[in-house]
Design a protein around this ligand. Structure first.
Ligand code: GLU
Length: 481
């Protein structure tokens, strides 16, 4: 019988969730669901200085907001907890002891200064920095003496020079690492806290995680982790190291080139479904390019569709999903979304007359990705002091005055925008772009935007007239200059 698939997300709560670690979490959620397995959340809070409870709380709220629920972990519990590493010291002690007793690990008394010097010497000799092995063979009495001197050792895992650790990466295929390039490494720090390699690998084994999808920056940690598990005779998960995410400039994604925290994305007004569709495609290929639910994204998730090439995060692409999400939402949901993300000091119902609210939403929803854009359109439609963009001014300066003179003359008979524009074009002898662009610029102050047909009735005749007069003045100035 095939065993249950168990994946996990194991964040260190030292900051907010951002595009990179969220994508890692999402792949694990998708694969667990696709396999009808379990997704586990583990809090890797072994660094007491940097780990903050508030970050864990924020992270859990973010995952829940996206619908990425976990079936085992903090708050939901499970039989293999506790799920915070800061509560697992007793377990770690048992396994340190086991490794020490079997001579797989030994106390190391080298100070950080000594180690730094040794690394420097190796680097200048052109060698990869690895532990010199100074404490690898201390006698029992030498160890005791150092302990009696009050020195706090680290615990180092012994790596044989002739060993080769091989594994089949789920994304990158066969991997092989030679022990002599790795050297003995620390599994318990001098302050008693577990090193990442150790706690992370051990917890995966003890929590029965059997599939780990994580960023490729962890791939060189994997041989160390496999060595520890081999030495302890514990089961090993399959590992898949997903490609790096790059920013628009082709550099690894960071704050500088477009990475954002989920908190920021939430505040900006992105829909969960838009974020999920964007992230799921950063390094995973779906043939279906439509907006998918979390369940559909899971159903279509395949390890073989994970790419080795770096993925590129582009906010333009995120906005594409946002627009599809917006198109799929009903008007009521769009209204609540707009009101929940009002720009500072702005109240939608104060900007838009109540009787026109539904029509206004109908007119703008296809043209926006963020709530702020709708507020901008509300200002453009309903304020007497419409902002005129530079592009719109340029268009009006180079438009024939006859166009606006005709429009003003025909306005009293205008029924809808289409027939009005047609009649104006016919009388003034202009058509196509030369007709529609000046009218759009005159009436909306912009050269792109919502459908004129929907916008026109919202403006009302008096405002249309006033804007056509303004356009006529600008066209005259243009004609004179
Ligand atoms: N706590 C580690 C991190 O946040 C987990 C890495 C892993 O997924 O194994 O980078």
């Amino acid at each position: 019988m095939k065993s249950l698939t168990k994946t996990r997300f194991a964040p260190s709560p030292t900051g907010l969730l951002h595009i990179g670690n969220l994508r890692t979490a999402l792949f694990n959620v998708l694969y667990a669901r696709q396999q009808q397995g379990v997704f586990l959340l583990r809090c890797e809070d072994t660094d007491p200085e940097r780990s903050k409870e508030a970050f864990l709380q924020a992270l859990m709220a973010d995952l829940r907001w996206l619908g990425m629920d976990w079936q085992e972990g903090p708050e939901v519990g499970g039989e293999l907890g506790p799920y915070r590493q800061s509560e697992r010291s007793a377990t770690y002690d048992t396994y340190y002891q086991q490794l020490e007793e079997a001579d797989h690990a030994y106390p190391c008394f080298c100070s950080p200064e000594e180690l730094a010097l040794s690394r420097k010497a190796q680097r200048s000799a052109g060698l990869p920095p690895r532990y010199s092995g100074k404490c690898a063979h201390l006698s029992a009495s030498d160890r005791q003496q150092r302990l009696d001197d009050g020195r706090q050792p680290t615990l180092r895992f012994r790596v044989s020079n002739d060993s080769v650790t091989e594994f089949e990466d789920l994304v990158r295929g066969s991997q092989a690492y030679s022990g002599k390039d790795i050297g003995d490494f620390i599994i318990r720090r001098a302050d008693g806290s577990p090193a990442f390699f150790f706690a992370n690998a051990l917890d995966d084994a003890l929590m029965q995680v059997n599939c780990v999808l994580r960023g490729e920056d962890h791939i060189t940690n994997t041989p160390r982790q496999l060595m520890i598990l081999n030495a302890l005779g514990l089961p090993k998960a399959s590992y898949g190291h997903t490609s790096l995410i790059l920013g628009q400039d082709g550099q690894p994604l960071s704050k500088r080139n477009g990475s954002r925290s989920l908190k920021e994305l939430r505040e900006m007004g992105y829909f969960p479904i838009a974020i999920l569709n964007h992230l799921a495609r950063l390094g995973h290929h779906y043939r279906d390019e439509s907006l998918m639910s979390l369940q559909q994204l899971s159903d279509g998730f395949q390890l073989s569709s994970l790419g080795k090439a770096p993925a590129r995060h582009d906010e333009f692409q995120l906005n594409h999903w946002q627009k599809l999400a917006l198109a799929a939402a009903d008007d009521g949901a769009v209204l609540s979304w707009l009101e929940a993300h009002a720009p500072e000091g702005a109240v939608l119902r104060e900007r838009v007359p109540a009787a026109l609210l539904a029509d206004f939403i109908g007119a703008v929803r296809a043209n926006i990705a963020q709530p702020a854009e709708a507020y901008h359109w509300a200002e453009q439609f309903f304020s007497d002091s419409m902002q005129m963009s530079e592009d719109a001014q340029k268009v009006l300066h180079s438009s024939p005055t006859v166009l606006f003179e005709t429009a003003l003359a025909l306005l009293p008979e205008a029924a809808d925008f289409r027939s009005f524009a047609k009649a104006v074009g016919k009388s003034a002898g202009v058509k196509g772009k030369g007709l529609f662009m000046p009218l759009r610029a005159a009436l909306s102050g912009e050269v792109h935007g919502p459908e004129m047909g929907q916008m026109f009735p919202l403006l009302g005749q008096a405002r249309v007239e006033q804007r056509l007069q303004q356009a006529l003045r600008l066209a005259k100035i243009g004609a004179e200059s």
